[in-house]
Each structure stands twice: as C-alpha cells, then as structure tokens.
Design a protein around this ligand. Structure first.
Ligand code: SF4
Length: 374
C-alpha cells in the first residue's frame, strides 16, 4: 500500500460556521477527545504502518479540518517526526488561532505551506457567516506568518454569500492581492441541507447568489487574478508559477492518498474508504488497535475511468490523452466520443494537441461537463 500523500483531519473548531457541513465539532463540546486527539492520530498512523502502508515516497502532507491550528504544537511535531521528509507540508489555520510564536514553531517544525481561512475581508459578512475573526485579524495573521518565515501562503475566500454583489467580491480580491499570497482558493458558496444556512435557504428565509451572479463573479475573479499573476490551474485554485498545491493536485490526478483522523477519506487504486465520523467511535476503535475504517467501496473500471476524467478536467491543463491511455489502457477520445463531440460543439470542451480541457465557458459550467461522464 504505497501512498503519495497523507491528509490528517482535525475535526475541532471554536464554533460552527453557518455555512459549514464539514465534520467538525466545537471544542468546548468535545474536550475529552480534543485533549487526546494528537495521541489517537499517532496510534492510527502506527496501525497503518503495521498493516504495511508505505510512506517512503510521500510528496505531500496536509493538516485540514476543522481547525488544525487548534492542535497543540507538540502534537503536530510528534506527527511530523513519524513521517518521512515530504516536499510539501500544509497546515490550515484560522486567523484568530495563531500568533507569531505558534507560527514560528510551526515553520521550524517543517510546515512549509500555510493555508489561512480568510473567507472574506468584509467584517459584516464574516459576522453573519459565524466566523470567529475579523478582516484585521486575517491581515495580521498573514503578516505574522511572513515574519515567521512562510514563503508559501494560501488564502481561502468564499464568494456568493448572502447579499454579496460583484463590487464586494472584487473588494475582497483587492485586499487579498494586496497581501501578495502565493496561492488563492476561491470557492463558490454551496450549502448542504444540513448546515444552518442550508436549512434557512430551504425554508425560504435566506438567499444566496444565483447561478448567473455566481458565474459573473467567477468570471470577474478569473480576469482579476490572472492579471495579478495568479494563474488559474484548477477551477477554484490560483497560484503564482511554481506554487500549485501538490497535495490538491494529487486528488485531481487520482493518486493514492491516506486519510488519518475522524471522518478522513482515503483512496488506493480502485478502493475508497472513509474513517468513522463519530468521535467516540473513532477513539474507541483506535484505542482497541483496530483501523477506524467504515464505508469502503470498490469502484468498477467504468467508475474509475469516469472519476479520472472529471477529476482531471478540473485542472486547467486538462488530460493528456496519451498518458491517460497508458494509465488506463484505453483511448478516452474513443470511449467518450459522443460526449466529446457534444461538449466541443457546445463550446465547453477543447480537444487539441493531444489533450482535452475545459474551455473558459466550461470552467464556469464545470458541473454540466462532469455530469456527462458519470
Ligand atoms: S472553521 Fe471551517 S471547518 Fe470550522 S466550522 Fe467554520 S467552516 Fe467549518
């Protein structure tokens, strides 16, 4: 079992944001698990090693959440010391949880990429989202991270929040660009029925940007960010040259990754699984020396092909058709000839020079394209 990347899920937050449906729990409600969580992660890692997992060729390690910056620095250091050297080690941080001392220790421990959850630089928006920080705290955290030595920083932004117009989205981008980040992730707000905002939207009590406004905002962002030297290398991700996230690219290229921690997801060749989503169940399984795995599925060859296509098409460079044939033993342009013809006629897909990729219009309407391959 050779993995190229590891994702470590930290399912704790100060409190729950109104749009969030990630597996995360307010620390105050889960104090007993929060205090032992670092040890549980170490135990789970060692269980995978006992099962023959090979981490000798890891390219990336990613602490995601939740709010990984709530984890004690000692736990982060202990996990890093168990893993081989990797090229990219990212930690997601919420601005209100970090100070210079923590950031410096993080950097000294080997974390070389920081991902700050800014979401917006509009204080009113942050407040209605239920975020625990202000725009000034994000700017301060960013500057302190630079002072601590981070030369690869991502800012996460959300667009399409209630009442946001195009000018407000552009204002958010202007503040982000003034900080000069190496990487920017820009996600359109999408709400599951289970989130507080999702419930309000279902009952007609809340409106978010409709698909036309979202597409306009995305188009504005593509122009503004490209002009500022941040290349859109994936539908929602922009980076300076040489700063595309190795970890995220491993997902889109369907490489093998192992998820550690409560609710973490993994992929190994044709197998996919996720860890137990309940903290007590997760803790009890690991403490008993059992892998905390549930929801395993084995994909059919057709499912793997479809997945490889719609994940690969998320990348701006698209899919190299010769490489695809080598990896999967079939020509995608023959297998999906009908879909390709229709999508190119509709101006959503470009097939040329041995590759297929989304057009500008396709980047705005990605889901319409992906649906054709499922
Ligand atoms: S900080 Fe992130 S993971 Fe935590 S509740 Fe907010 S959006 Fe969800």
């Amino acid at each position: 079992m050779k993995f190229t990347s590891i994702y470590i899920h930290i399912p704790f937050c100060r409190r729950k944001c109104n749009y969030c449906d990630f597996v995360s729990f307010p620390v105050a409600d889960q104090q007993q698990y929060f205090t032992i969580y670092g040890d549980l992660l170490l135990k789970e890692l060692s269980l995978w090693q006992q099962q023959g997992s090979d981490f000798s060729q890891l390219q990336s390690l990613y602490f995601g959440g939740g709010t990984p910056s709530l984890l004690a620095i000692e736990s982060i250091k202990a996990l890093l010391s168990c893993l081989h050297q990797t090229s990219e080690i990212t930690l997601e941080a919420n601005p209100e949880t970090v100070d210079f001392d923590f950031l410096q220790q993080l950097h000294d421990a080997g974390v070389n990429r920081l991902s700050l959850g800014a979401q917006s630089f509009n204080d009113q928006a942050l407040q209605v989202m239920g975020r625990c920080h202000t725009a000034a705290q994000t700017i301060n955290a960013f500057n302190e991270a630079r002072r601590a030595g981070f030369t690869n920083i991502n800012l996460d932004l959300i667009y399409g929040w209630p009442m946001q117009d195009r000018a407000q989205m552009q204002a958010d981008l202007a503040v982000a660009l003034a900080l000069d980040p190496e990487h920017l992730s820009l996600y359109g707000l999408s709400l599951s029925d289970q989130s507080p905002w999702g419930k309000r939207m279902l009952s007609g009590d809340l409106e978010i940007a409709d698909s036309d406004l979202s597409a306009d905002m995305q188009e504005d962002a593509m122009k503004i960010l490209e002009a500022a030297g941040l290349h859109q290398y994936e539908i929602a991700n922009y980076a300076k040259a040489g700063f595309a996230s190795l970890h995220n690219c491993s997902y889109w290229q369907r490489q093998n990754y192992l998820g550690i921690g409560c609710a973490a997801a993994s992929c190994l060749l044709e197998k996919r699984w996720s860890n137990l989503k309940n903290l007590a169940d997760y803790a009890s399984s690991v403490e008993q020396g059992k892998l905390p795995v549930c929801e395993q599925e084995t994909l059919s060859f057709d499912e793997i092909i479809a997945e490889a296509i719609f994940l690969g098409l998320r990348l701006r460079q698209g899919i190299d058709l010769d490489q695809f044939a080598e990896l999967y033993g079939l020509r995608a342009e023959k297998r999906f000839a009908k879909q390709l013809r229709q999508l190119t006629e509709d101006g959503l897909l470009i097939v040329e020079d041995g590759s297929m990729r989304l057009s500008k219009k396709g980047l705005l309407l990605g889901n319409e394209v992906f649906y054709k391959f499922i």
